[in-house]
Design a protein around this ligand. Sequence first.
Ligand SMILES: [Zn+2]
Length: 266
Amino acid sequence: MIYLSYFLIYAIIFIFGAIIGSFLNVCILRLPTGESIAAGGSHCMSCKAKIKKYDLIPIVSYIILRGRCRSCGAKISPRYMVVELLNALLYVFTFYWFGLTEVTLESAMVCVVLSCLIIVFFMDLDTQLINMPVVFVIILMAAAKLVLALTSVITPVNVYTWQSALIGALVISVPFLLIFLVSRGKALGFGDVALMFAGGAFLGVKAVIIAAFIGLITGSAAGLITKYKSGNSAFAFGPWLSLGIAAAIFFGDYLADLYLKISGLQ
Ligand SMILES: [Zn+2]
């Protein structure tokens, strides 16, 4: 009986995550063009036909339509389904990882941050721009987490104090800001600086260092591969930094402590 109710709760979280994921697709598509993310239905990219309500079910519709438009048969990018699935699985993993009952509020805030990071990841890949309002939502979540931690409404899973949030916000973003200024925005964009400020405030000092480390390693690897494949050195760091922040939400403090232990510093 108890297993059935757990299954139901996770199924609901999954469905909710997929619906939000479908909204993230709209954001990724429309935020760069300044189109309204609330108004107006979705259209087929090829024939401009309005997509019917019953063809807008996250994940399911893509499978039923076999990835093609119902009107013109044009291929629909599998990325829409990937984003929906990714957001749904991350929500389920978050509640599994942080617990369903004790830290529901923190889990919910983590879900919001992860959705923001998904937008940053794909939008930066497409446009090499990081959307500031999205970064601001992460800062809001950091502020909310801090208020809840200070008033002891929640006991954060990891040690989270205002000192750790403040130093976390600055420890990577300040060096990044210097690199941004010295390179005149060529090595890093201001969006990367803002992203590490917001991510650091949410993660705290230990985890944000791990986040930057993961971001720099995966980013350099991706940069080398792009350069090797296309000879193109234009490259966005934001996606890899958001990947680093997302990973550090779950494993950052653990990896930081592990590193300190192995190196004999702690
Ligand atoms: Zn079409």
